[in-house]
Design a protein around this ligand. Structure first.
Ligand code: SF4
Length: 679
């Protein structure tokens, strides 16, 4: 029997690990490690090792279905595509194009996402968004505002060159496990590791210094460190003068602040703040890593700006081992944002509010008109559906009924729609609410490129046949477009990539041939002679005048405060064996074996007061509702704090949907809650 090895990628997180699929008779029967892959060197975490359990799963959606009454009925592709086009067109006719909303997918490839936003905008709706709204929209806008580019400045492997790793609001050893290889290499080479996190995590275990901050006090801590750095003359004056603006305002902003004040606000002893500040500023190459512990707050954008500002005043950016590493979530969330799958941005980060962006794409797409100005974000589309202005949604590979904050509200919003079409690989909670379900090919069943968190763009060829009658997302979007009178030019992923090469400057030189090589290329890569870019901002920042804009920010209160009725603070996050909504990993036996049910971490002191024992089922209640979870009594959380992983639907029933006013991200990390023992 002949077998072949087909290069592929892990479909889970944004580390973008490579692997080979062992293919026999158009079916994947095994994986082999890709030891020459530059981000993972052959390593995979438990999720990556279990990819075949999801690819070959018997519950994969295999044919299109429409809802009749409460049941789904199998239909042909012809009928499905006609229904999709009719459902969208009907609402355009009745309510105008802005009654449509589109959710692109950070699990899908660049070409599909490019085509999705093109469909939305050519139909006249600016309302296209993606799940970056729920994880790293503050990175796009916050890092973009300060550095000019909202992306990781260095590459993952470069972490090993750091002499001081400062990780704030990221449990990367669980959320992005392969990153810990490079962090550990740095540590083995003598780097100091500082972790700021309210919880004890597997990442804090590797820290030389764990700053156990109060939840929501990140800006207070960062300002405390900056104050020490400025007062002790540790700031990099030359770098500040030559490459930044806004330092005088920052000095004024910090004038009356002190490490002692920071200690009061953060709960971290002043001595530790001083120690962290000195270590970060003095090392010859410091890296700053952050993730959703920074972004998922009402002040998420300011949190990101404060992180970038700390790096700037120390000159810890634009060199090997020195930079800002936002740890993005899904496998192609970076690419989706690059492709314009965001309400405020056309492809290539051209602002939707800039008439020049519209003119550029009118010419590129041969379009008479395109929407000017930002559309509604995914979080705003929920409210708009409830208010009746969004009537139809086309969702690809996203599961808002598990992932949104306050999902009862999202559920009500989806119920209020006239038409919901969901394109998926499994019957998710969101798909169950749809009028029409379109079965999609999974990552290994289609051609296309993905962009990892380190701006690495990698092309993979179709390795195996799609499950049942499932089709490539590109084909589905293109066919719907055709039925609505549009020529999206989405005949193949290669065709769409060629268009991307012309319209997205960062991808100008990323031909299929070049990005098919192991490890692909890293953007910006403006032309075919360009080798790609390892480290951003070496000489200048991507702002109009080339200077970074130092931000002077101050903390703001959380969206909701604890009170006598809800006296504890609930935070949420990832665990190593599950991913996002769990629609894939909760179907994998080898992963479920390790963690199979929703749990809540409670400090022993609280557990004693609540008369809860380790292993008891408890109710967790917030203003938005209640859920049940298994109690884990542990010192990992501080007294007064609770933690739940977000891979089960129960968690986001109760999370807070208070939004950051700029990035519109919900404050998943701060919900006032009450825990009750169950009889
Ligand atoms: Fe690599 Fe992330 Fe996949 Fe794990 S989940 S194998 S870290 S890409």
């Amino acid at each position: 029997m002949s077998t072949k090895l087909v290069p592929s990628l892990c479909p889970y997180c944004a580390v973008g690990c490579g692997m080979y699929l062992v293919v026999e008779k158009d079916k994947a029967i095994g994986i082999e490690y890709m030891t020459d892959h530059p981000a993972c060197e052959g390593a995979l975490c438990p999720k990556g090792n279990a990819v075949l359990e999801v690819l070959n799963h018997e519950e994969r959606l295999k044919y299109p279905m429409k809802k009749v009454g409460e049941e789904f009925v199998r239909i042909s592709w012809e009928e499905a595509l006609d229904l999709a086009a009719y459902g969208l067109a009907r609402n355009i006719k009745k309510h105008g194009p802005k009654s449509l909303g589109f959710l692109a997918s950070s699990r899908c490839n660049n070409e599909e996402n490019y085509l999705m936003q093109k469909l939305s905008r050519l139909l006249g709706s600016p309302h296209v968004d993606n799940c970056a709204r729920l994880c790293h929209s503050p990175t796009v806008v916050g890092l973009g505002a300060v550095l000019g580019t909202g992306a990781m400045t260095n590459n993952l492997i470069d972490l090993q060159n750091s002499k001081c790793i400062f990780a704030i609001g990221t449990n990367f050893t669980e959320a992005h496990p392969i990153v810990s290889r490079w962090a550990q290499k740095a540590k083995d080479n003598g780097a100091m590791v500082i972790v700021a996190d309210p919880r004890i995590t597997s990442t804090s275990w590797m820290a030389d210094l764990h700053l156990r901050i109060n939840p929501g006090s990140d800006i207070d801590l960062l300002r405390g460190m900056m104050k020490v750095i400025v007062d002790e003359g540790l700031a990099d004056k030359k770098f500040i003068e030559e490459r930044t603006e806004g330092f005088a305002e920052l000095q004024a902003n910090l004038r009356d602040y002190s490490p002692e004040k920071a200690a009061e606000l953060t709960g971290v002893p002043a001595g530790q703040i001083v120690q962290a500040a000195r270590a970060y500023a003095r090392s010859c190459a410091s890296s700053l890593l952050y993730s959703m512990g920074i972004t998922q707050h009402v002040c998420g954008t300011d949190n990101v700006k404060a992180c970038a500002t700390l790096a700037l005043i120390c000159g810890q950016i634009g060199r090997p081992g020195a930079g800002v590493w936002p740890m993005r979530g899904q496998n192609n969330v970076q690419g989706n944002c690059d492709m314009g799958g965001m309400a405020e941005l056309y492809p290539g980060y051209r602002r939707a509010s800039d008439p020049k962006s519209v003119e550029f794409f009118k010419a590129a797409w041969n379009a008479k008109d395109l929407p000017l100005g930002p559309g509604l974000t995914s979080t705003e589309m929920t409210d708009a559906a409830l208010q009746g202005s969004i009537k139809a949604l086309y969702i690809i590979g996203e599961d808002p009924i598990v992932c949104d904050a306050n999902i009862n509200k999202t559920k009500a919003a989806l119920e209020s729609l006239d038409f919901l079409v969901v394109q998926e690989i499994f019957m998710t909670a969101t798909a169950r609410m749809a009028d029409l379900v379109l079965p999609a090919a999974a990552w290994a069943e289609k051609d296309g490129s993905y962009t990892s968190m380190e701006r690495r763009v990698q092309w993979i060829d179709r390795a195996v046949a799609p499950a049942g009658e499932a089709k490539e997302g590109l084909w589905i979007i293109n066919e719907i477009g055709k039925r609505m009178g549009l020529d999206l030019k989405g005949g193949s992923a290669a065709d769409v990539l060629e268009e991307i090469n012309r319209t997205v400057p960062q991808y100008g030189g990323m031909t299929r041939e070049r990005i098919s090589k192991v490890g692909g290329l890293r953007w910006p890569c403006p032309d075919e002679g360009h080798p790609g870019t390892d480290i951003l901002h070496r000489e200048r920042f991507s702002t109009p005048n080339g200077k970074a804009r130092i931000a002077s920010v101050e903390n703001r209160p959380a969206g909701e405060q604890t009170c006598s009725e809800y006296p504890m603070l609930l935070s949420t996050g990832r665990i190593v064996v599950h991913y996002n909504s769990g629609s894939m990993t909760r179907r994998c036996p080898s992963l479920l074996e390790r963690d199979f049910e929703l749990y809540v971490d409670i400090n022993p002191k609280d557990a004693a007061e609540l008369k809860v024992h380790h292993g008891d089922m408890v109710k967790v209640k917030t203003l938005r509702g209640e859920t049940q979870a298994r109690a884990r009594v542990t010192e990992k959380v501080k007294p007064g704090m609770a933690f739940m992983p977000f891979h089960w639907q129960g968690t986001n029933i109760i999370t807070s949907d208070a939004l950051d006013p700029v990035a519109k991200i919900p404050e998943y990390k701060m919900a006032a809650c009450r825990i009750e023992a169950m009889a």
